[in-house]
Design a binder for this molecule. Structure first.
Ligand code: KG4
Ligand code: ZN
Length: 338
């Protein structure tokens, strides 16, 4: 393997069009992200058809900018990585088509990347010393999964959500409270002024291994708000945000620490958009303070969707000889580790 392996990656699975250049899987040379959040905000969520169209408009300028900012030419690239699932099919297809075209035209090896594995690999960009094995908690708008990362290419799914993802619950509760989309960061901020003990919201599946469920909690918060509104009671929204967030974080932290204990692992890694949650980061660190367990999470900009994390994952797949051919297709419900 050449000492200097440059990966160009594309990420278009949801509402961010991103391209990045990463050196040897660990060093970011560029990471361009064009967010469609302002476009989808007025609909209160991502509109798939609009997302696909925006990706088509943005993808080539974003790839050019990523190469330009990294000061390299396409023929300096050794690997092309692209997210092929999970995600919105029309959105994924834009990245997959462009990556295949670039790979074919320049004869550069192509690597299809699982978006969730990419989120985990954001931590390799943020922490130069981080090595597997570890437990990863992947918490995003679409997923809540506990994963045993055995090495760079072997993952065991320990458990996942049976219904809503953690980020989805944040976004839905925020919407009912009249906060903008995506609501996670707004709840995080608002909760800082509230009392997390003021309302006792339910914790689901607390004794059921590593499975999660957040739809009951979401409904409990929505019912609480509706009942209070019907009775004309004044609502302290900061208390609701803090109590809801506490209920989510409590279960996430509990199960993640349990998984580390059960597997005898001394590292916990947070990944996905909800990994940016300040309460989740603090609670995990608090809980593991007295133990020999180190907690890692990516920098804020690497928590949410970006192509640098996809480049890191693609690099390690390439090293293992796990490349794709030009039949690579979008797989909207791709499972982790498959
Ligand atoms: O990973 P991501 O960018 O997209 C998906 O792959 O889903 O995650 C987006 C999710 C949204 O649900 C957003 O509300 C949530 O991450 N999020 C947060 C925070 N920042 C982003 N949730 C809670 N607290 C935050 N600070
Ligand atoms: Zn994501």
């Amino acid at each position: 393997m050449a000492t200097n392996c440059l990966t160009l990656a594309l990420e278009t699975s949801c509402d961010e069009t991103s391209a990045a250049v990463v050196e040897n899987g660990r060093k970011i040379l560029s990471n361009i992200i064009v967010s469609q959040v302002p476009v989808h905000k007025k609909y209160g969520g991502v509109v798939p058809e609009i997302a696909s169209r925006k990706h088509i408009e943005n993808v080539l300028p974003v790839v050019h900018e990523a190469l330009e900012q990294a000061r390299i030419k396409l023929n300096d690239i050794s690997v092309i990585g692209v997210t092929y699932g999970p995600g919105l099919v029309g959105a994924l297809l834009v990245g997959v088509s462009v990556a295949k075209a670039l790979s074919f035209a320049q004869q550069i090896p192509l690597v299809g990347v699982n978006h969730l594995e990419g989120h985990i690999f954001a931590n390799f960009l943020a922490h130069a010393d981080l090595e597997p094995p570890f437990v990863a908690l992947v918490v995003s708008g679409g997923h809540t999964s506990l994963v045993h990362v055995k090495n760079y290419n072997e993952f065991d799914l320990l458990g996942q959500t049976r219904d809503d993802a953690a980020g989805e619950a944040f976004d839905k509760v925020a919407r009912v409270m009249g906060l903008p989309y995506p609501g996670g960061p707004y709840i995080d901020q608002l909760a800082k002024q509230g009392n997390d003990q003021s309302i006792k919201f339910p914790r689901a599946l607390i004794h059921e291994g590593f499975e999660f469920s957040f739809s009951g909690l979401k409904s409990a918060v929505v019912n609480f708000l509706h009942n209070a509104q019907q009775r004309n009671e004044e609502i302290n929204y900061a208390d609701v945000a803090a109590s809801f967030q506490f209920a989510v974080v409590d279960v996430l932290v509990d199960k993640t620490v349990q998984a580390a204990h059960q597997l005898g692992l001394d590292k916990i890694v947070l990944a996905g958009g909800v990994a940016a949650n300040s309460r989740l980061q603090a609670a995990l660190q608090d809980r593991t303070n007295q133990e020999e367990i180190a907690v890692y999470f990516p920098d804020l900009s690497l928590c949410t969707d970006n192509a640098a994390m996809i480049a890191s994952r693609a690099y390690y797949q390439y090293l293992a000889g796990n490349c794709s051919d030009l039949y690579l297709n979008a797989v909207p419900s791709l499972q982790l580790g498959s």
